[in-house]
Ligand binder design. Sequence first.
Ligand SMILES: Cc1cc2nc3c(=O)[nH]c(=O)nc-3n(C[C@H](O)[C@H](O)[C@H](O)COP(=O)(O)OP(=O)(O)OC[C@H]3O[C@@H](n4cnc5c(N)ncnc54)[C@H](O)[C@@H]3O)c2cc1C
Length: 331
Amino acid sequence: MRLGGNASYVAEVTTPEQLQQVYQNAKKMNQPVYVIGGGSNLIAHDDGFAGVIILNKIPGIDIIADDTTSTTIRAGGGEIWDNLVKFTVDRNLAGIEAMSGIPGTVGAAPVQNIGAYGQELADTFISLEGYDTTTDSFVTLSWEDCGFSYRHSIFRGDSAGRYIISAVTLALDKRVPEPPFYESLQKYLDANDIHEYNVQTIRVAVLAVRENKLPDPAKLPNAGSFFKNAIVEQWKVDELRKEYPDIPTFAVDDKHVKIPAGWLIEQCELKGQVINGMKVHDGNAVVLINDSATSYADLAAAREEIISIVRDKFQIVLQQEPLELNGSINS
Ligand SMILES: Cc1cc2nc3c(=O)[nH]c(=O)nc-3n(C[C@H](O)[C@H](O)[C@H](O)COP(=O)(O)OP(=O)(O)OC[C@H]3O[C@@H](n4cnc5c(N)ncnc54)[C@H](O)[C@@H]3O)c2cc1C
């Protein structure tokens, strides 16, 4: 977002042991610690961070098991997520191809259970390894341990800041991806006469669709989707559909339905508007771009105004998706 102050110290780590050492040294010096991967889902505050930022650069992508139907891959937490996707797609492995192009690192992927175009990390996740700052030990956490749900896990919830993820293990499928695909993806495939569905064609389509919908943070500062899609009960959608017959929805479970946050914001005629220096992206209303904001306070004011306008119109309260660097882990 190009906002926020400086950190006192930054330490790059390339092994789990270094990670433990930096954490313990910081603790001895009474310095708070925060871990960052790519920083693409993080909002910093104006006063910066008076402590140690650990930059996770732990590398490695390895095939650790392979049979006739699936391949198990272990990747270092500091690997770039999209390099891992490319690695799997190059080997005709399915399961994460629709998550092509999501910025950030492998180690951050479980934190919000990243997802896109109908896939999410939890679908292929087997386990992760990490440093437990509470017990000063290395641990392996299973799928059940991580408490995944829509853009959520224990790492954003009860255990926020407790674990530093050093590696993630996924099981990829040897089957060819099959329709139905996400609507915008299917539209792109049809429009470009792509009828042979495989992980390569899906990756190419996803990257092209994303390029149109998501501004490049290097050119227009943004954190991707700024709001989570709203999850509401079915009766709420039935009520809204009377006034908005074309409301887009996605089933979550028997009782709950997802409404795109971007659609809600667009209906409030906020697309393209600049509020306190933050611009609601013309192409995709769920993305906020730092147009002329100079402080975290500007961003917070814009966020509150958008939330309040959407709440007044739909009685739905949007939630921010990016996390905030405003405390230390274990503080
Ligand atoms: C243009 C754009 C498009 C995006 N599209 C999508 C999308 O389609 N789907 C989606 O789900 N997300 C999307 N995002 C959000 C972002 O890409 C993901 O949340 C990604 O996982 C963040 O990775 P990162 O390494 O940059 O994490 P950071 O921003 O560095 O960190 C995010 C949080 O995770 C914690 N964290 C980071 N690494 C570790 C670790 N090793 N151990 C423990 N905690 C850790 C941090 O402390 C912080 O709380 C998008 C962002 C942008 C800017």
